[in-house]
Design a protein around this ligand. Sequence first.
Ligand code: GLP
Length: 233
Amino acid sequence: MKIFICENADEIARLCAQKVINLIKRKEDAILGLATGSSPQKTYQQIIELSKQNNISFKNIKTFNLDEYVDYKKEKDSYEFFMKENLFLELDINLKNTNFPNKQNINNYDDLIKEAGGIDLQILGIGTNGHIAFNEPGTSFGSNTHIVNLTEQTIKDNSRFFTTIDDVPKQAYTMGLSSIYKAKEIILIATGKNKKKAIETLIKENKDISCPASILKDHPNVTLFLDYDCAPI
Ligand code: GLP
């Protein structure tokens, strides 16, 4: 794993967005793996700005999101809505080329990714308990896309995006750890003191299912983008 310790979230966003833009300049039909949450939000803003400045088209880009809630109450609570608001509607991407795991495709989401050619660049955040996508501690490293029961910790952490904690769905569809590991390149973004413990475990401890992100430790092309607050220095 390569580790970049950056001054702040803005610097992380600039570097990560540039990586995405460089990939698309090389490969106009690249396959992107995307995450929701606050960690990639600034990167998405930068991607929008850079693509406008450099006239970069997303019309041949395909995306596969990591996860989606099951039975969300309002459309605005869905990860699909988040992606439209934070990225897709600002780009010339064809919404038909954007994919989310759901009830219909859950058993062939990994095949859809494979048929598209595999993910060229996967963007990840990390949960305070070391989860990636919605793969909670204890998930098998061999897991494919599946449905999960969210832990109390994750429901609590994610409640900030909802009106009340009772609105947070209790289950989600998520790419598995094996699905994520297949990406050709992975960038993980983490900022803030509340991620420090998860990042410390990821960097310093051995690969173990108690920290799902530790599957990344032996991936050939992973970069962690950290700010000073969560870097174990
Ligand atoms: C959620 C998402 C993850 C995300 C994590 C961290 O549980 N399913 O994909 O990485 O939260 O979110 P944030 O970046 O908001 O801290």
